[in-house]
Design a protein around this ligand. Structure first.
Ligand code: DC
Length: 231
């Protein structure tokens, strides 16, 4: 069967990566979490004094951009790729609230977006890829054969994110997580370069009232339709 490109965009914490990962596993496709890439750049900036409070030293960041090496590696026996920053696995660090609170600042910088989009296009150039993010269907792969735009209410997304963070031992509150979700929604939708926007040819999925199983089935049905069209 001809391999296609699948773009999954949408708001933060609405289950994009869970559904994209499950479909990639079923189809034997490569899964790329582009949010993890922006998170890794943010961690680099925090660790190297490029980000002080809410202020990023853009000039220095631009000079150091080519020193930031981001890779995904899947360990033997595992199915989920882990993100590596300059050779070190940073999967845990990039999911912290500290990084979540700063990632919108870094991901709004045009030179950072340009570098990440270039890398994402290279990672997906052979098709057979599912990429999740905010601008995959609009900017990274505007010709993707299947585009999904995922949404759910902020309260439901905050609850899901809180459950995830609590399971990892974090002691954040529901209010903190909800505020972070709402702030990131605002910044993602209002930044000048590649704001979060549904591509005209994307299919919307509101999964507020859906189980993970129902969502996986729905996505598989969309995949079948898209491949039937692109035979
Ligand atoms: O998917 P996520 O919540 O891990 O993404 C983290 C942040 O990265 C999110 O707040 C916006 C940004 N992002 C982006 O600007 N473009 C992408 N393609 C993916 C994520």
């Amino acid at each position: 069967m001809k391999k296609i490109t699948i773009a999954v965009d949408g708001y933060s914490s609405c289950g994009k990566s869970t559904m994209a990962k499950a479909l990639a596993r079923k189809l034997g496709y490569i899964y790329i979490d582009t949010g993890a890439m922006y998170r890794a750049v943010t961690l680099f900036c925090m660790d190297n004094g490029i980000l002080q409070g809410d202020k990023a030293d853009t000039e220095r960041l631009e000079k150091e951009l080519d020193k930031i090496q981001i890779e995904f590696k899947t360990l033997p026996g595992e199915s989920t790729p882990l993100v590596y920053l300059n050779g070190k696995c940073v999967e845990k660090e990039i999911r912290s609230m500290q990084v979540s609170e700063k990632v919108s600042i870094i991901s709004a910088i045009p030179s950072v977006r340009e570098a990440m989009v270039k890398l994402q296009r290279r990672m997906g150039d052979r098709k057979g890829v599912i990429m999740d993010g905010r601008d995959i269907g609009t900017t990274v792969f505007p010709d993707a054969e299947l585009k999904i735009f995922v949404t759910a209410s902020p309260e439901i997304r905050a609850r899901r994110r809180l459950d995830e963070l609590s399971a990892k031992g974090s002691s954040v509150t529901y209010e903190e997580v909800l505020r972070n979700v709402q702030e990131r929604d605002y910044m993602d939708c209002h930044r000048a370069v590649s704001p979060l926007r549904k591509a005209d040819d994307a299919i919307t999925l509101d999964n507020s009232e859906m189980t993970i199983g129902q969502q996986d089935e729905w996505l598989m049905a969309q995949y079948r339709k898209a491949t039937a069209k692109n035979r």
